[in-house]
Ligand binder design. Structure first.
Ligand SMILES: [Zn+2]
Length: 190
């Protein structure tokens, strides 16, 4: 991790970076931030970031899965993944603004414009979701290659049983990540 990456990462996390740590399994230096959150390969800065809470909340095997999944995100050609992330972020912004515009137009009784906004909302939500699902499938493929199908299945099913997410997290999770059964289909896991 170079100084520019570290500097940008500090901005991105509002200065919450605790340390950087070399991880043998992925042959990579990752950043650890204070508090809660989820592991991520930060787009554009190209650094893997873990919240320290992960190390308390999950067992070693699951953490290994997180390493490989995030490494899978990072392994992807940097330029392509940055472009895809940009498309996803722009689509999310357009989709969200179209949604709130349609509510405003409903209040103003401009139904035709509201309909157009709703179409924008759906189309860009689909683009956002599709791009994100594609990036997740690529990352998951790498994790499965590294862990093997059986180990992967064990870890995923244990993780699913243990953690029930709230409604907001479940909906956001589904918009950005394919469901487990789809991974099982795609990667032929029985
Ligand atoms: Zn991911």
């Amino acid at each position: 991790m170079n100084r520019i990456q570290l500097f940008l990462l500090k901005l991105y996390t509002f200065g919450k970076i605790k340390e950087t740590r070399y991880i043998k399994e992925i042959d990579e230096e990752i950043a650890i931030k204070k508090g809660r959150g989820y592991p991520q390969a930060v787009p554009f800065i190209n650094v893997i970031l873990f919240p320290e809470s992960i190390f308390k909340d999950y067992d070693k095997e699951t953490i290994r899965y997180f390493y490989f999944h995030e490494k899978g995100h990072k392994n992807k050609n940097y330029l392509i993944s940055s472009i895809l992330c940009l498309i996803a972020i722009l689509s999310a912004i357009i989709s969200t603004s179209a949604f709130f515009s349609s509510i405003l137009l409903l209040v103003l009784s401009k139904y035709l414009l509201m309909g157009i906004c709703l179409i924008y909302f759906l189309v860009f939500l689909l683009i956002f979701s599709g791009t994100s699902w594609y990036l997740e499938i690529v990352a998951e493929r790498y994790a499965i290659q590294r862990l093997g199908k059986q180990k992967y299945k064990q870890i995923k099913e244990r993780k699913r049983k243990k953690y029930n997410l709230g409604i907001f997290d479940s909906v956001m999770g589904r918009i950005t990540h394919p469901p487990y059964w789809m991974y099982k289909k795609i990667f032929k896991i029985s």
